[in-house]
Each structure stands twice: as structure tokens, then as C-alpha cells.
Design a binder for this molecule. Sequence first.
Ligand SMILES: Cc1cc2nc3c(=O)[nH]c(=O)nc-3n(C[C@H](O)[C@H](O)[C@H](O)COP(=O)(O)OP(=O)(O)OC[C@H]3O[C@@H](n4cnc5c(N)ncnc54)[C@H](O)[C@@H]3O)c2cc1C
Length: 392
Amino acid sequence: MAAATGLRMGVVGGSIAGCAAAVAGIRAGADVTVYERSAGELRDRGLGIVIPPSLHGRLVATGYLDAAMPTAPVAGRVWLTRAPDGSAREFARQPSPVTPCNWGLLWQALRTASAGARHHRGLPVTAVGRTASGGAFVRTAQGENTYDIVVGADGHGSLTRRVLAPDLRASPAGYAVWRGTLPVDASAEHPGPLQLLRTSWVTIGFPGGHGIFYLIPRGEDAGPDERLLAYAIYATPPAGSPDGAGHVRQLADEHFPREWADIVARGEHTAMTCHPVADLHAPLAADPPFLLAGDAAGVTRPHTASGAVKALQDALCLEEALRTSASPAEALRHYARERTPEGARLVELGRRLGRAQVEQTPDWTAMDQGSVDAWCRATLAGTKSYLYADTD
Ligand SMILES: Cc1cc2nc3c(=O)[nH]c(=O)nc-3n(C[C@H](O)[C@H](O)[C@H](O)COP(=O)(O)OP(=O)(O)OC[C@H]3O[C@@H](n4cnc5c(N)ncnc54)[C@H](O)[C@@H]3O)c2cc1C
């Protein structure tokens, strides 16, 4: 008999990892309850999320994502820097097929696919713990419920993770990422960047950091081909608390090719956030009856573009483990064996990419195709990343 037969599964957190884990549980035959602290519409958190095309295909084929969810796939990556005259100098191109998504649409698709679960919104979990019979309890303002397994999908500050790893703390990278979206008409006066972004995602290198640009579906009630320009700019913030909008505009003005600076510095941002970059990973991704998924299990520096990817892969692994194991405990041990080393690998990869692309940036003005390819290979040091397909 499979582990999920008659299984009661509680999920703490109803974002990307929580909804994906709920789909996994439902598909394997479990009775699933999701607790989400936020009462608002999570789809409003929308920014850009890139995932590998192969994972997108697999999620559509297995029913986690609706094939109608708009995406904005591109096949390659272009590296730019500012030339002395302020124009854009393209210094490398690499094959790098990616499927950019709108975070809000991705969440909405997973939420729809997990409709077979009981979803509580605006109901924070205040405690989780073990029961005498080997299960777990979840406590909220409405009382306590018991489950055979509890999935901690409660993000980077996870309360569930504290049961498994009470002393774990995040390691700060010492720099920040400014992340935002702009309407594509911000680039109407500059057709060059927009044309490039229709086929590629773009990295702009500058001393002490870089910016990543790509198009995502606009979301909300927009047509499937309408786009937003998404960006993530990595740099060390000025001393004191960083002024998001002001500093990112100044960085763009000082360091970006003129056309790109115009878009970022003068565009009306649809959304903008600034986060300090940090990472952590739990020493064990599951210890029955608890399992950690998504950022609760580990946060990597965003250069790997892998947080949501990992949450989705966590769910696929959970489904397989539940289907093929003889007991819930065995399923969770199977999950821990597969997902714990993956979290550690991604944290290491994020650190190497951060060192190379922010902490010790090369002289971008001297880079060319050969040196970029060699530098990427050296940074990856034999590990794989879907963003660097050509270095496999
Ligand atoms: C700049 C940047 C760029 C990124 N780009 C990419 C990318 O291109 N590709 C990619 O794959 N990933 C990317 N990521 C990472 C990705 O955004 C995250 O890893 C992912 O969204 C994490 O999802 P999650 O569901 O694990 O966590 P969260 O989205 O943080 O969700 C946790 C949920 O748990 C709820 N919660 C917390 N505590 C409780 C509680 N006590 N009770 C009930 N509910 C609770 C919260 O309200 C929240 O809804 C990026 C991240 C950053 C910062």
C-alpha cells in the first residue's frame, strides 16, 4: 500500500511551495489542509520568476500547471556593459533557454491545481510539534489539528524549520538586490533593448555588481502576449538604509548603457523591492513527521534563479516519494535523501556566482566571448545550472 493512502497532510504556508506541495499530496491520494497566514491575494506579489523549460513542460504534463498559463520563453543570454561613449557594448552571447513566468500567475495556477485541498487564508500557524503517536500537530487561533505529516512551506523565516534546526541562522552576503518590473512602454523610445529582450535575457555588468533583465507576461487581465520588463540589480547598498528607488536609479545612470539607464532611471516602476541577499539551508530537508519545502528548507542567493524551481522540484519529489514508499516515514526519508544535498548544492552555487558577479566583478570592459565562457565554467566548477546550459 502506498504511503499516501489515507494520509492526513498539513501544509504551513500557501505560497509557491505550499500550493505545489498540496498538489503533490492530492495527486498521491492524501487528504490535504493548507494554512496561509496572509489574508490577501498572494498573486499581487507578482514579480518575475524564471524556470527551466523542461521543468515547465513536466509541470504542465503532470497537471501542476495549466498549459494556458502565459510564459515568455527565450533561448539565449546576452552580456552587455557600458562602452566609454555610453552606448551598449555586447561582449558575449550564450545559449540559455529559460521560461520566464509572472510570479502571480504561477501562484494562481498552483492554487487552482490545489483546489482539492482545504485552504485556510488569513490563519497563521502559531506552533507545530510532535504528538505522542508519531504524528504532528498544527496550532492556530482556531485550535489544534493533528496530521500524519506536516509540510513546512512557510518561507525563509519558517516556524516549522525551527523544530528541525532551532539554531540555524541565515548568512548575509553583504550586498542587496533591487528587484522590480516596468511596463514595456518605458522602453518605447529605445526599441533596441526591447528587440533584444524578445529573444534573450540580458546581463549588464558594472563595477561591483550587475543587472539582469527579462520580459515576463504582464498578468492580471492582460493578453497572453503582453509583457512587463522585469529586472534584478545586484550591488552593495550605500551605508545606512538603502533608498530603493533612488539608489537603483543612480546606479543605472552611472553604470548602464544610456538606453538601459533611461529605461530604469526614468521608467515608471510597476513594482520595486530591495532585499539584503542572504542564504541558508536546513541540515535535513525532512525528519518524520516534518518535511521542509521551498525557502523553508533553504534559501539560495538569487543568482541561481532556483528558489521557486526548487520548491516545484520539492513537490515532484514529494509526490513520487508518497507514491512509491511503504509508509509516510519512509517517504519523508526518501525526500530527505534527495532534497537535502540539492539545497546545499544550490547554496554553494549561489555563493560562487555572487562572488564572481558582485563581490569580485571582473573588468567587464575587457571581457569577450572566450573569457566569459571560461569564467562561467570556472565559476560553476563542474556543478550544473540551467542558466548556463552551454557549460554542461
Ligand atoms: C531577487 C529574487 C529573484 C528571484 N528569482 C527567481 C527565479 O528567477 N527563479 C526561481 O526559481 N526563484 C527565484 N527567486 C526565489 C523565489 O522567489 C522564492 O524561492 C520562492 O518564491 C519561495 O517560495 P516559498 O513558497 O518557499 O516561500 P514564500 O513565497 O516566502 O511563502 C511562504 C508563505 O508562508 C506563509 N507563512 C509564513 N509563516 C506562516 C505561518 N506561521 N502560518 C501560516 N503561513 C505562514 C507566508 O505568508 C507565505 O505566503 C528569486 C528571489 C529573489 C529575492
